[in-house]
Write a protein that binds this ligand. Structure first.
Ligand SMILES: [Mn+2]
Length: 298
């Protein structure tokens, strides 16, 4: 099946290429929010982020790069069989596989955090040395949520099962059960309340590996990013995240996502705008790998 048959394109992200073939990064929206436990609505995230991107410049003064130096293609939103979690996860696996077969770097816009699971599950078949970096308010390490093992509250636990506990790095965590914190401290590279300083200390180790970055918008304080399903007071500033992204520049990022933007709770559209700016920064930071990426693919 072709990408165009799997996705719907409406309006594209700022600066998107018209050509899939010449793109390195492919942006795909995953409008899924089936397992959101507190406030649903993240299925509208991808389109709100695209709309907000129109207000940004294509040039990043943080990275001194411009989107036209980074050929990317916005493939639209994945068509999903709403209501059926397993089929949705299957579709996400299929589209990830298609992008990897075409030697693209997938960049997914959520949607709820569960979408990261099928993506990582697929990626680690192509990149056996994969590590996952999570930036999030929540540990997402529950074994199950009310008996359901596939949930946005269990997603990192499932990811630990596919890539191995030691290959998961968790930053900025400030919410979870006592058991989740204990699991994190014992089994993952667990940095609660810490972001750029902790990441900086991990960079030498991460340089040797293929990296997946999952960014939950709720890592940022709800004062800056209220438009999300489970806001958690006491979070990071946007500046801290720009610092984080600058540190990631130079790593072999083979895929990423930005999840949990829920426009219904977003007065003034400030969360979508911040998310769009983070997407721009990430694309510019991660595209540097294309210079040397060929040897690394498949
Ligand atoms: Mn979260």
């Amino acid at each position: 099946m072709k990408l165009q048959d799997m996705c719907r394109r409406i309006r594209s992200f700022l600066g998107s290429n018209d050509s899939y073939e010449s793109a390195g990064i492919v942006l795909i929206g995953i409008p899924m929010d089936i397992t959101s436990s507190f406030r649903p609505g993240s299925r509208q995230g991808p389109q709100a982020i695209r709309d907000a991107s129109e207000g940004l410049e294509e040039y990043s003064p943080y990275l001194d790069r411009e989107l036209n130096e980074c050929p990317f293609y916005d493939g639209g939103d994945l068509a999903l069989p709403f209501g059926n979690v397993e089929m949705c996860l299957q579709k996400i696996e299929e589209v990830t596989c298609l992008l990897l077969e075409d030697r693209k770097t997938p960049f997914f816009l959520g949607g709820e955090h569960l979408i990261s699971y099928p993506v990582v599950k697929t990626l680690c078949r192509y990149y056996p040395d994969l590590v996952v970096l999570q930036f999030d308010a929540h540990a997402d390490l529950r074994h199950d949520y009310l008996g359901e093992i596939y949930s946005h509250a269990t997603v990192l636990r499932r990811i630990c099962e596919v890539v191995g506990n030691n290959n998961v790095f968790q930053f900025g965590i400030r919410s979870g059960t006592k058991e989740e914190f204990s699991y994190g401290r014992s089994y993952t590279n667990f940095y609660p309340f810490e972001l750029s300083t902790a990441l900086d200390s991990c960079i030498p180790l991460l340089k040797e590996r293929s990296v997946y970055v999952t960014l939950d918008i709720d890592v940022i304080d709800p004062g800056y990013a209220p438009g999300t399903g489970t806001p958690e007071p006491g979070g990071a500033t946007p500046e801290e995240l720009f610092k984080v992204i600058a540190l990631l520049k130079g790593l072999q990022v083979v895929g990423c996502d930005l999840v949990e933007v829920a426009p219904t709770y977003d007065p003034g559209g400030i969360t979508s705008l911040l998310a769009a700016k983070l997407v721009r920064e990430e694309m510019l930071a991660f595209s540097s790998r294309f210079v040397s990426s060929e040897k690394h693919c498949l």
